[in-house]
Design a protein. Sequence first.
Length: 296
Amino acid sequence: MTKNWSTENLPDLTGRTAVVTGANSGIGLSAARALAEKGAHVVLAVRDRAKGEAAAATIDGSTEVRALDLADLASVRAFAEGWSGDIDLLINNAGVMLVPQRATADGFEMQLGTNHLGHFALTNLLLPHVTGRVVVVASGAHWRGKIDFDDLNRTKRYSSAGAYAQSKLANLLFVRELRRRLTEVDSPVLVTAAHPGWAATNLQGHTERPLLHAFMAVGNKLFAQHADAGALPTLYAATADLASGDYIGPKGIGEMRGAPALAKRSKAAHDQALATRLWAESERLTGVTFPLNATA
């Protein structure tokens, strides 16, 4: 890996199309801006079109804004049904973190529904269009995650931190099983994962818990790296010469900040049986299945 890798190391992306979910702010916006500056046509897939348009206006390059609410499977299906043409990069970046207990439009716990199930459905629905790579943005919080199949929606005992960690572990298990399935059908599509370390974004400001919000705000000022730096692992995972399934994060102490490097993942994130079981449950919950068949 290139020492001190930066956006200067990004390849020419002229003629490529990238879809970035949650690209109106934070590392999603930083990634979208960097990809567009290298020539990619970047689709900002966002819940709030007005915010998406405002974000797109700050990007120097080719962009468009499309509505996508990952907490509503009808919106996910509408986005996919409205798509035509190839997708060189699908970057599953959007997410919510440490929010109070609430449900998505389809009755899923909000963090699991948005961070995992929404992207699970979106990826499978768009996969016939993907020609290059799928990138899933996970988190170091996955180390504390546990997939509770008896209560995936955390209705019996809700912890915002526990639900978030479960959703981030689900991200990495999704990558594992998607890689296996793509390999099984001889697909040229790669799937990689990334995490930003501690990056100062507005994600922490959506907790709706004043004390936690204040703590996050202080932490952002004292310890976090800028969103542009936090986006580097995502950009590296999207464009560098990697093996399918690789996981990228900052190389500094505790993987909190620094240039992109291979990241560590928990024992649970390596569990193939767990990944296979979660995939089956995700198919059942979303009604979306893997769309590719083996090549002749």
